[in-house]
Design a protein around this ligand. Sequence first.
Ligand SMILES: [Zn+2]
Ligand SMILES: [Zn+2]
Length: 163
Amino acid sequence: MQPSTIHEGGCLCGAIRYRVTSAPTALVVCHCRSCRLSSGAPSLAWAIFRAADFAFTRGTPAMFASSPGVERGFCSRCGTTLTYSGSDRTNVADVTTATLDDPDAFTPTKEIWLQEKIGWEAVDHNAAEAAGLLDHLIVTIARQAAPWRTSPVFSSLPQGKLV
Ligand SMILES: [Zn+2]
Ligand SMILES: [Zn+2]
């Protein structure tokens, strides 16, 4: 896991900026339909931080309630998807990994919601979670040594083994 230090990020147009002041507690890729549609991407990587260590430093995101008790924060000017928050887990702040200034420092360790995955979207099977068990509630995850999405394990597994 990353060292405890300051990381910043923000949206495409720069109207929204944020800062986190600790290492993430989890790093996941979510394949759920809601994440896909909120971002327009085939899957969405999330870095999950303690809520107390996350703050917006410029601008205020617009919010969309994508499910009961769930709000997704985005830039109302450029549309970048930035955050996910749930009323049942107010102690954490989920931030889209790609909006961090240094996303390479936040390699995902778990893939979730594989039951809703697009068929052609590649999965790192070393990070894949059994389908249907977890949403964004992953806590601490042991990082496997395999490189992200390039693992030989992935290419040697039968297609669809975990989906
Ligand atoms: Zn923006
Ligand atoms: Zn999701």
